[in-house]
Design a protein around this ligand. Sequence first.
Ligand code: S3P
Length: 448
Amino acid sequence: MSSHGIPTPMTSYPSGPLVGTAEVPGDKSISHRALILGAMAVGETRVTGLLEGQDVLDTAKAMRAFGAEVTRHGEGEWSIHGVGTGGFAEPGEVIDCGNSGTGVRLIMGAMATTPITATFTGDASLNKRPMARITDPLALFGATAHGRSGGRLPMTIVGASNPVPVRYVTPVPSAQVKSAVLLAGLNAPGETIVIEKEATRDHSERMLAGFGATLTVEDTEEGRVITLLGQPELRPQQIAVPRDPSSAAFPVCAALITEGSNVLVPNIGLNPTRAGLFTTLREMGADLTYENEREEGGEPVADLRARFSPQMSGIAVPPERAASMIDEYPILSVVASFAEGRTEMRGVKELRVKESDRIEAMAVGLRANGIVVEEGEDWWIVEGRGPRGVPGGATAASHLDHRIAMSFLVLGMGAQAPVSVDDGGPILTSFPIFEPLMSALGARIEKG
Ligand code: S3P
């Protein structure tokens, strides 16, 4: 959907080889966190490589509404003049986080221990998503939430005037929940403790430490225990945002399924809490190599090279890997369609509460394009049809979900007949240059 609410249908045609270098944009998770922590530091944080997708732009706007000075200096170059921990002003407007669950959930956490009131809303997708997973722990700090039934947006949060620190075991594997609690803990006195049974992406922990917060992480029998000492003075940082592995997934997977392809995707962060898809693809027999492996800013980074891989087989993806590739199951199901045999994806209930119900959205669209898919509440299985065996030819609904839209457009590149999506507009939330980048590699995508 465009900003005017008009859907943008898009069609992807069977493509010749995809060849060249794909420079994908900055990491979405890290971009949100750089803006929010920058706004909570004292002084000026500088960011390069910020993702300028709509989700992140909405977070930038929100940080301005809470009193931070947020300035764009050039492509991906931003500065944030922060107001300090506990320094947020009460916004004079409703905070519209658009499509972004990460934006709204992290910002709710960041403001919940400051005695101000803010009202949050989003688009039709975000306003359906569960927020109780955030407001439950925020209530323990002393914040109150008034939302629609089922804990949905629009919602007003009244920040705690005398916040207390919290010890919280996250009931679902969610980096957003963990991060909201940690951000709330910043303005509570004493130690806030978050325990997660399964490790989720750890960008908040890494960045909090970078900003000078006192934080420890321990692996125990109970899980990963993160202890944060409240009320630090966060020191402004220079942040170079690495490129997004979740965006890299699209050109990588497109190359694997499109005959003759050879694509280099440079400078991709391979933080183990994010890199599960690439491990899975290699286990399936994908010709995917890591070149120039190195460390940058404390994160493992490599250039990914993906070549057409007609020899892939389906596998059972280990459920314990789910958190490290949670956003990549839609595009994995596309690759699985081109593999021989079944790909089983289990322990993935969280997929049902993303920007869309991603199991349902992919299952319906893949079936329309000639793939057999079975599904249950927390699992799904894709029956591969082999490297040249995917019929295609149908239109899939993207349900306001960028990753669903991009996944079906990639499907069309390797299929026998074109694949359309009813609305490619949501792609702007995370990967605004998707269409020109894929076209430059040799894909044929048309709007309308
Ligand atoms: C994110 C966490 C994940 C992920 C989302 C980004 C983050 O969500 O799906 O795209 O930046 O913390 P959950 O916390 O709901 O798993």
